[in-house]
Design a protein around this ligand. Structure first.
Ligand code: 9MR
Length: 450
């Protein structure tokens, strides 16, 4: 193709384009179709600010942002009534804590304005009063922590007294420690824990009289008859419960008595020697020794393992029908930042309340690193953990007051959680970090009470 033919063709093309544009606008400015922006969920939400952001709209040269306390946008925040912006985000500041705000946008090109985006709702976080503590904030139930007799001093002591209204021995009130061999008792550590509670006006929850994992060898290898075994267990329960009568408010009498998955009675030495009704027998021994102490059935995985949950409530109903003493159910609550769902925690909890029993969330820890993908606690994961703690506390706090017993955290500091040994990798499941600092999860607990 030679040059003149090329020039001819390009002129023809120009004429065609001109003709097309004139025919659509009839000689006036072309109409612009502007789509509505899509408003994103707010980011970086603090007690006084958040970041609003939205999608770019084709051909928009600016955006109009409205921020309001009212979902109908009857009025807007000062400066945020159709605030014109070129950027695709805006930091909204000077807000009040724990308050709901709404925002929406329109796109603009010259005089053309799009329809509204979706409306985004955002709640600023709340700022706790620096004098608040877990136990002050939770004024309708006990806030517990598991403790060790050698760590009732220094900063442990300070935090226990400031934050908690209940304690549970993490291992020193179990049979292998209190009754290490036939005929011998060692009440040293248990006494120290109970005395600490008494001295400081802190409730003591007893944990746990019978547990297959803390059964001393001499009991596992018991040589006598079945009746002698049962007498020995009755004697042990009576001795311990009587010793702490009036000092220990409640006991996990049999811990983890049912199997995962099947919900069958765990085939422990106690079952083998005392029969299928051994749990009821133990409860009766406790009641005979102390008419007032609260008797709890305590187990794990009761939110997520439906079969086990059903089996526990079948057992509880049977006890109630037969007049076997039972005052409450403990969900251990060894959970993760993203599991189980709040609705499932609620449903399982409702089953305790429906039977008018006391509820104990007895061993709360919230794994932040269940999939081992972190080497340090990231800000995002920390907030996810905080959100789960908040949900747990919201469910607990929503229980009728008469059915609330305690919400107990299983350990004080991340660096001392049993989970480190158990799973063999790093995690941060508690409310305080290794240096006794309050974590986001701590504030999640407080927020759950708002
Ligand atoms: O956290 C406890 C750990 O320090 C002890 O070594 C262990 C054995 O006594 O018990 C752990 O606590 C368990 C609790 O008593 C019952 N539910 C499961 C807990 C974690 O294993």
């Amino acid at each position: 193709m030679n040059n003149s033919r090329l020039r001819y063709l390009s002129i023809l093309l120009g004429v065609l384009i001109f003709a097309t544009s004139c025919s659509s606008g009839g000689g006036s400015e072309p109409e612009i179709e502007l789509g509505a922006p899509i408003a994103n969920q707010a980011a970086n939400v603090t007690s006084s600010s958040f970041k609003a952001s939205w999608s770019r709209v084709y051909r928009a040269d600016s955006y109009l942002l409205d921020v309001s306390e009212d979902s109908g946008f009857a009025s807007s925040l000062t400066g945020y009534n159709e605030k014109s912006l070129i950027a695709l985000n805006e930091e909204i500041t000077n807000l009040e804590s724990k308050k709901v705000y709404y925002y929406r946008l329109r796109a603009v090109n010259g005089t053309v304005v799009s329809s509204y985006s979706n409306t985004v709702e955002v709640t600023t976080t709340f700022v706790p009063d620096p004098n608040l503590s877990l136990k002050k904030a939770a004024d309708t139930f006990l806030v517990g922590v598991s403790v060790q007799s050698g760590k009732l001093n220094g900063q442990y002591d300070e935090i226990y007294r400031r934050e908690f209204s209940s304690i549970t021995a993490e291992w020193e009130m179990k049979m292998n420690v209190m009754h290490p061999s036939a005929g011998t008792y060692d009440f040293g550590p248990a006494d120290a824990i109970v005395k600490y509670g008494e001295d400081n006006g802190i409730n003591v929850h007893g944990h746990s009289l019978i547990w297959h994992n803390s059964t001393p060898d001499w009991v596992k290898n018991f040589a006598g008859t079945d009746q002698e075994f049962e007498d020995m267990i009755e004697d042990y329960i009576t001795t311990v419960v009587t010793r702490y009568k009036g000092k220990v408010t409640s006991w996990d009498v049999v811990n983890e008595g049912l199997e995962d998955g099947s919900g069958n009675l765990r085939n422990t030495i106690y079952r083998q020697k005392m029969g299928d009704d051994y749990i009821a027998k133990c409860y009766q021994f406790v009641r005979a020794a102390d008419a007032d102490v609260l008797i709890f059935y305590n187990d794990y995985n009761m939110i997520t393992d439906q079969t086990k949950q059903d089996a526990v409530f079948t057992m509880v109903d049977d006890f109630i029908a037969r007049g076997i003493p039972i005052d409450g159910v403990g969900f251990q609550m060894h959970i993760s930042h993203d599991y189980p769902a709040k609705a499932d925690i609620q449903k399982a909890t409702d089953r305790i309340v429906e039977r008018d029993l006391l509820v104990h969330f007895s061993e709360l820890d919230v794994r932040a690193n269940p999939n081992k993908d972190l080497t340090s606690l990231s800000p995002e994961r920390s907030l996810s953990q905080k959100a789960k703690v908040k949900e747990v506390v919201q469910v607990f706090n929503g229980i009728p007051n008469g059915n609330k017993y305690a919400l107990t955290v299983w350990g004080l500091k991340d660096s001392e959680t049993w989970l480190l040994d158990f799973y063999g990798h790093v995690d941060w499941p508690l409310l305080f970090d290794g240096n006794y600092n309050k974590k986001d999860a701590y504030y999640g607990f407080l927020e759950g009470l708002q």
